[in-house]
Design a protein around this ligand. Sequence first.
Ligand code: ADP
Length: 489
Amino acid sequence: MRVETKNQDSWNLLVEHSNVPIIVCSIDSTAIIEVNKFSQKLIGHSNDFLKKSLLTDFLIDSDIDNWTSQIKLFKLGVTDNWETQLLTKHNEIVAVELKIIDLQEETNSCLIIPKSLVSEANKVDALKKKLSFYETILMQMPTEFAVLDAKWHYLFINHNSIKDAEFREWMVGKTDFDFCSYRNKDFSIAENRHKQYEELARTKTGKEWVDEHLTKDGQTKYVLRQLYPYFVEGKLDMNFGFGIDITERINAEKEREKILKEMTIQNEELKQFAYITSHDLKEPLRTISGFISIIQRKYAKHFDEKGLEYLQFVIDSANRMGDLLTGLKSFVTVDFDTIEDQLVETDAQKILDDSLANLKLKFLETNTSVVTPNKLPLVQGHPQYLSQLFQNLLLNAVKFCKNDPIIKITWENKEDHIQFAFSDNGIGIDAKFQERIFNLFNRLDKNNYEGTGMGLAICKKVVLLHKGTMWVESDGVNGSTFFFTLKAS
Ligand code: ADP
């Protein structure tokens, strides 16, 4: 075939508008010189890109040798078609048939006409394969999945939605009403679903709801349904929906709610009990104490030595009971329900200053010194309860100390909180008691130190209510350090 190249314009027009792919390239280097739209479409690259490339760039390695031998034959004047493969921009390998044509005028270039070997039938096969792949995935999905047409007929139902293959096939083309009559189910199921469908058609957006129905063994099953519309050129074409069995989740939530309710009731009863114990028992105790002091005042002269000793026991016990009830009341009043909403930006330095002012006399009497190397920071806290926490720790540091008490208060910024440390030079706490002392009524050296065993229980409760943690470190001899964490403000 002889191609007229003298008239460049008509040649370009011919190449450009040809409805077959055409590539002109250098015979030796394979540099692409001209390429028409058809070839660009076949290889997927732009005209500019192709013109900067070699034809061999798009041949897969194993075919390059073949190309070299074909060129040798071509130079000897033998031209034949041969099959090869082109690598496209999208990394797809396309089978093509290449034909080299001699451009007699352009001595060093040749014309290549690639012909795609992928027939329409092959394309349909590939598409079918793809579809069957996706269908298998949808069929085996661990949730229910279905596709419905715009008039709510089922087009596809997966295995999880209907296990019986025959029934599943029967349902294709049918509606929810057909389903109900076939399975002898209440029509309200179909009616309710259609209400959702109508709303989806009206709002044109996806919908989510929970279906609740009884299983054969009388259990309630909950299915979370999600339905989405699919539009083609603005018109509702199909709908697809998922059904996820959430029975276990709903039952677990119900169980949790039930337990929570029971716990709230029990907690309320406990609070009532603690309140009665701490508050109402004070009344008879006051009567007992009143009469004891009358006995002491008016009748003590009639008592012998033993009688007076017993009377003193009764007085001490009544006082101790009074202290215990006061402590219990303080513990109960630190209330879990109310504190959380009352946390405000609180200046820990001010809390410390106020606490030191309150304890001034005690510190003077005991020759106590308090060291704070840095100004304390701002925290999220409940000022009244934080005062209680600071004062309990300061008083303990003074109480459980045999020398002049020295208390050091430090703090440091941790990842998402502030860690405070109250160190003292007191008697220390043996490792085996370091957890137990935070429990109610726990005291270590009852004979030598007065107390109720409530202070640290209150401290820990206050810190927990601030969502912090509290612990103590001590070698059991050289003082103790109480740590607690609070959120920064
Ligand atoms: P209380 O002070 O009324 O005994 P707490 O709950 O405040 O009750 O303390 C519980 C126990 O922990 C104390 O009885 C004491 O044995 C020990 N403890 C608390 N603080 C210190 C401290 N700073 N140094 C040594 N022991 C302490």
